[in-house]
Design a protein around this ligand. Structure first.
Ligand code: 13P
Length: 251
């Protein structure tokens, strides 16, 4: 089973309206449409403008987070239906910055994953260990637990469409990347867990991206690993050239 790689840019809280739309336009003009699937995750306030640039193109866009409720008294939050209303196909859920900076629990992340599918979005469920957890030999236990709670509320049919992103916390924004072997080992463990939980067929369909200081210089080696099905890119996704070089490396 060949999985189509997904290379995604998580723009985090960066750019302004003009730079966000220019970046989207640059990616659109510089990409061929074949090879890896491309998605971008702009800040909420620029989603509409970016969506207008990318509409009727093969490039997808999505939210960096969402609330699990469809509407209500949740000041400052954004719902899944609001994202689909803007043409979003994906939503990042459980990014390590949400878990560690904003205190989101694995249980809350699971509710968001279920709500994303409910809204017609494909969640990109992020998992990853801290450096202390890795040093203590707890990596598998940590990512399995995040995955288990993440998928707790979804059906096997929904699980087939899920995207998982393995992002070791110690590799995010630090310039330090997991080696291709370190990443592949965790990706294979995650696919093994998914095989036990669902089936070999389902696990073979689920794309598992790697994220954490992915750059043009290390992308090809990482993406050549059997169980690495794309990249979730932060810093290097903010420039057209470096992002497209990573997309090209996914061939
Ligand atoms: P960097 O590529 O900047 O390390 O960020 C990775 C990330 O968090 C993507 O979601």
């Amino acid at each position: 089973m060949t999985r189509r790689a997904l290379v995604a840019g998580n723009w985090k809280m960066n750019l302004d309206r003009e730079r966000a739309t220019a970046l989207a336009r640059g990616i659109l003009e510089g990409s061929s449409g074949d090879g890896a699937e491309i998605a971008v995750f702009p800040p909420f306030v620029y989603l509409d403008a970016v969506g207008r640039v990318l509409e009727s193109s093969p490039i997808a866009w999505g939210g960096q987070n969402m609330h699990f409720a469809t509407s209500g008294a949740f000041t400052g939050e954004i719902s899944g239906p609001m994202l689909t209303d803007l043409g979003a196909r994906y939503v990042i859920v459980g990014h390590s910055e949400r878990r560690h900076v904003f205190g989101e629990s694995a249980e809350l992340v699971g509710r968001k994953v279920a709500a994303a599918f409910e809204a017609g979005l494909v969640p990109v469920l992020c998992v990853g260990e801290t450096i202390e957890q890795r040093r203590a030999g707890e990596t598998r236990q940590v990512v399995f637990d995040q995955l288990a709670q993440g998928v707790a509320g979804i059906t096997p049919e929904q699980a087939e469409k899920l995207v998982v992103a393995y992002e070791p916390v110690w590799a995010i924004g630090t310039g330090e990347t997991a080696t291709p072997e370190q990443a592949q080992e965790v990706h294979a463990d995650l696919r093994g867990w998914l095989t036990e939980r669902y089936s070999r067929e389902t696990a073979a369909r689920i794309r598992i991206q790697y994220g954490g200081s992915v750059k043009p210089s290390n992308a090809a080696e990482l993406l050549a690993q059997d169980d690495i099905d794309g990249a979730l890119v932060g810093g290097a996704s903010l420039e057209v050239e470096s992002f497209l070089a990573i997309v090209a490396a996914a061939r």
